[in-house]
Design a protein around this ligand. Sequence first.
Ligand code: CAA
Length: 283
Amino acid sequence: MDIKRVMVVGAGQMGSGIAQVCAMNGYEVILHDLKEEFVQKGIEGIKKQLEKQVKKERISEADMDRFLRQVHLSTDLNNASDVDLVIEAAVENMEVKKNVFKQLDAICPEHTILATNTSSLPITEIGAETNRPSKVIGMHFMNPVPVMKLVEIIRGLATDQEVYDAIRTMSENLKKTPVEVQDFPGFVSNRILMPMINEAIYTVYEGVASPKDVDEVMKLGMNHPMGPLTLADFIGLDTCLYIMETLHEGFGDDKYRPCPLLRKYVKAGWLGKKTGRGFYEYS
Ligand code: CAA
């Protein structure tokens, strides 16, 4: 299974980061989203990141131009008709993902692997929407993708060993460290991270401390690079809520109950950094 051409579906924070890392490591990438303005925003983000690398003299201008030439933009999913791998990084919503996978299954050649960057949803259920569950797999990158070393690789019940091996090799080619995880809600990363963030929100909700002080405790006391509430704003509070709901529903245990304050913020449209307001304000 030789992976050369990749489509990344979704040009947001995660998708554009994945496309950047693929291009920087020799893959031809198609960056796809529903609207031209979304793909433009994605490629501008990649350009900005690469320009920073040039300034730091880590890559040359010629490298930057070459990487950018390797990223092709798309608003037509039919462009997936000649790729070896699709990495789906659309919004974290089961119905959206099922719909995308159904369409990709019809468009892509038989050999194409369909991977999802879902952070918590069952790979087996997504695979069952297609006629190729043996070629469906989870490939979960962390944010910011160019910086974070981890890729969680999640096999669905039907995923072939050679598909797993191909994705593991590709992750290593992207200079990431793959970790194999079984298909349970939240995998490992978000099963541990999100309850911590949710608990941090409860401490604010119950008046134990202010957001700034909660973050200070975790940064200075536990050496976390970001406090949990800063991190929640960075991930997106809508995503945090969706993952908590997936854990709550998947395990049926009250310990995963989303904090009412998290629900309130999401209802208010305070989704964190991307909307300018979450636990903190951003200009
Ligand atoms: N994109 C690309 N690169 C970025 C970046 C971004 N958004 N933000 C920072 N960087 C780079 C900087 O350019 C810098 O690179 P160099 O060292 O090569 O110069 C490096 O990261 C460090 O940046 P800073 O010195 O500006 O800031 P920092 O030391 O605070 O690091 C951070 C920034 C790496 C984001 C750090 O705060 C961190 O590790 N935070 C926690 C991130 C985390 O937990 N991610 C997981 C989120 S959960 C997830 O992704 C899973 C999910 O499903 C929800």
